[in-house]
Design a binder for this molecule. Structure first.
Ligand SMILES: *Cc1c(COP(=O)(O)O)cnc(C)c1O
Length: 375
């Protein structure tokens, strides 16, 4: 047994991060408690301005989760009953079920094998007379190839919604993620690069009209208290979350830089083994490495063997969304989206977070190299 055999490397270590910001977080929580203003107050206002600024946008609207950001955002750009919305099938279920929640139908398209993101060359074939919007997911922290997507959307008069749950802070040829389409939808789920201590989300946009509609959609259709202009939800970001997120936002840039350094270290450590396909960082795209995702043969076996060595890894995503039981009636079958199927069978995300240390990282890489060479 070698000396690192018992080293444990979790998939994520939120406690380690908390230890580095504990005093700031407690101060922010304290001042919110002293204020006793808990829903839609000064912290949410300030966070909306700060996140909008980060995304190069005029407006931010805090909501209860990333999923709600998608549902309300889609509704605000006009998606409803009978519409079709183009979505990648290799993503978290919320990218698609938000469409269904509004009575619209997701139309699934395949991904680029290199970046795991929506393949713009597949869009034209998926567009019909009822297509209303395209949801672009910036998966794992790297933006999709936005220029051709925006061009095709403009040609067909389609709205573009950027699912930026995994990519806040990423850039595409200098332009910020969530700052390129009609709206950007952000999640503050605890495990995201900017994660709260509970659920939270935000929509960002430059459209004054969208902004006004979203402020009502999150609060029963009301702009004025007790005057409901249309059907809305109760989907608001609370002050405690906003206060916590504002503290963490101050560190997002350095955390992103640390993630990139870790990714580069993995790239080097794993470069000797061609059976391990390392993530591709496409030219002009600043990756924030929400995940560091490799492709390996016999992925499930490799994952189990990593676990035996104390290394937690994660499969994002084992099942193509179009093949989920809930979408059975849409009639998709294995092989319709071959790159998605291949990704579902081979992708494996290794632990990556700013607090991951060199010893842990070397243990992950050495274990993976040994396992892949042994099978
Ligand atoms: C996390 C995530 C969401 C949903 O965000 P929640 O805040 O958990 O509702 C949506 N899309 C993608 C790609 C995600 O990773």
């Amino acid at each position: 047994m070698n000396s690192t055999a018992t080293l444990k490397v979790p998939a994520l270590d939120l406690k380690a991060q908390y230890e580095t910001i504990k005093d700031e977080i407690r101060a922010a929580i304290d001042s919110t408690l002293e204020r006793q203003h808990f829903v839609l107050g000064p912290e949410v206002d300030a966070l909306e301005r700060e996140i909008a600024h980060l995304c190069g946008r005029r407006f931010g609207i805090g909501v209860a989760s990333g999923t709600d950001a998608l549902i309300l955002g889609l509704k605000a750009v006009g998606v409803g009953e009978g519409d079709e919305v183009i979505v990648p099938s290799f993503t978290f279920i919320a990218s698609a079920d938000s469409v269904s929640m509004l009575g619209a139908t997701p139309v699934f398209v395949d991904i680029e094998p290199d970046t795991f993101n929506l393949d713009a060359t597949k869009l034209n074939a998926a567009i019909t007379s009822t297509t209303k919007a395209i949801i672009v997911v910036h998966l794992y922290g790297q933006t999709a190839d936005m220029d051709p997507i925006l061009t095709i959307a403009a040609e067909h008069g389609l709205k573009v919604v950027e699912d930026t749950a995994q990519a806040l802070g990423a850039r595409y040829h200098g332009r910020p993620a969530a700052g390129m389409g009609d709206i950007g939808c952000i999640s503050f789920f605890p495990s995201k690069n900017l994660g709260g201590y509970g659920d939270g989300g935000m929509v960002v946009t430059d459209s004054e009209e969208c902004y006004a509609v979203l402020r009502k959609l999150r609060a029963h259709g009301c702009a004025k208290k007790y005057v409901s202009d249309f059907l809305g939800w109760n989907s608001r970001l609370d002050e405690l979350q906003a206060a916590i997120l504002r503290v963490k936002l101050r560190h997002l840039g350095s955390w992103g830089a640390a993630r990139r350094v870790k990714a580069e270290i993995y790239n080097q450590l794993l470069s000797a083994e061609p059976k391990i396909k390392r993530p591709v960082n496409a030219a002009g795209r600043e990756h924030v490495f929400h995940q560091y995702t490799v492709r390996v043969p016999e992925r499930d076996r490799v994952q189990a063997m990593l676990a035996e060595r104390g290394v937690a890894s994660t499969v994002y995503y084992p099942v193509s969304i179009c093949l989920q039981p809930m979408y059975r009636e849409l009639g998709y079958k294995q092989g319709d989206l071959p790159e998605t199927d291949r990704a579902c069978a081979s992708a494996l995300s290794l632990p990556i977070y700013p607090e991951l240390n060199q010893e842990q990282q070397e243990h992950v890489a050495e274990s993976l190299l040994q396992i892949v060479r042994s099978i």
